[in-house]
Design a binder for this molecule. Sequence first.
Ligand code: UN1
Length: 496
Amino acid sequence: MPHHFNNYVAGRWVPAASGRSVENRNPANTDDVVGVFPASGAEDLNEAVAAARAAYERWRKVPAPVRALKVQRAGELLRERKEEISRQMTREMGKVIAETRGDTQEGIDTAFYMAGEGRRLFGVTTPVELPDKFGMAFRRPVGVAGLITPWNFPMAIPTWKVFPALVAGNAVVIKPATYTPATVCELGLILEEAGVPPGVFNVVCGPGSTVGEAMLEHPGVDVISFTGSSEVGRHINEVAGKKLKRVSLELGGKNAQIVLADADLELALEGVLWGAFGTTGQRCTATSRLILEEKIHDKFVKKLLDSAAALKLGDGLDESVQVGPLVSATQRETVHSYVEVGKEEGAELALGGEFYEEGECKKGYFYRPTVFLGVKPTMRIAREEIFGPVLSVFKVRDADEAIEVLNDSSYGLSSSIYTRDVNLAFRAVEDLEAGITYVNGPTIGAEVHLPFGGVKDTGNGHREGSFTVFDVFTEWKTVYVDYSGKLQRAQLDVEE
Ligand code: UN1
């Protein structure tokens, strides 16, 4: 009997108003039904927003350190249930158990970090130009936050948004990704148990075309935070922008790792294997381009092909498996169609490029780790986000050309350079057009207390993680207190 999940609205677990539901299956084994979820629509979303608006009025009055204690409690519960949540996450999303443990851990880290931020939420005090007058600015909640989250980090990304939104005093309505609602429902159970009052946190499961669209249009939603593709992000910005909602977008990437000739090549190899094939390439920070200095190109490629060919594919619950399936049949078709495009464009397919259907794997959406050589910056496989285990390799003359090739992209999320030359490393830090640069580390692996986000088409200037996330979930209130007992006119009565 598959587990039946419900929406969480106004502190109650309820089915979709229409009574409709959808089944979710394990991408590693489609015989395994992970759960049955509400197929919600605008009506369900409207109820959730109404609940959130009502709850917001009380929640915003709760002192931030007290709100933060609930988030801390949620972190403790997440820690207690880490294994169980991570195992379910592997079944629902496919990535290997070590990585789903990491995903849950990101949620725990965010909870504890945000629990501390509840006692800071720093504002500004500053001298003012008139005597006997005081000036300050502090952060207030925005109101109701509408969150739309992706399937590749089913716990980490929702918690990056939910915990700071709650600590800042907002009420939340979240629409989890259609492929991974179970993890967000677990988060709902945890927040309920942690004592977050009814209506402050609401979950509405369903497709973007109904629930998501209704959220963008709803006048009761003040801020939208979305992580996903640039295409959907553009649409969200258009619709919600017309309503003058604040919109925070974390979008695609086409991240590259540079390896210069002086680098520790073994280290660089480990880095690219993890960056390109970890999470089966389904991270917005995944390494999808590898830029090699020509002097080491052939030697490095040989090692790369040998090591990538040896990666073990399979069900992510098997601890020895290194690469899980893609999340869905559609995702696998997309990845495969890019491989066809790469071949037509004249890149050399050196590894993979096909479905992996050995033994039990034929029941899932497995794809062989794939490497293209001789890729040119103009090719589509060099420019478009594939979101799968496909690595495009470039050969360059020197560091200058490497930086140029890395920057020749419409995206700018993560970047990496392997070199032992400190001068070149700092030049790259300065010149790489990306929100994140790793020196001697792969493009994946951001920590929760540093700003996360990118430039160019990767987003619209916001940063999650760290205290910068409060720029998404708070409004500034500026306060002047004049205790002079007389009218003092700024700019006019200033004695120089
Ligand atoms: C994402 O793929 O959207 O830095 C987020 C990383 C992870 C988060 C990735 N901590 O790779």
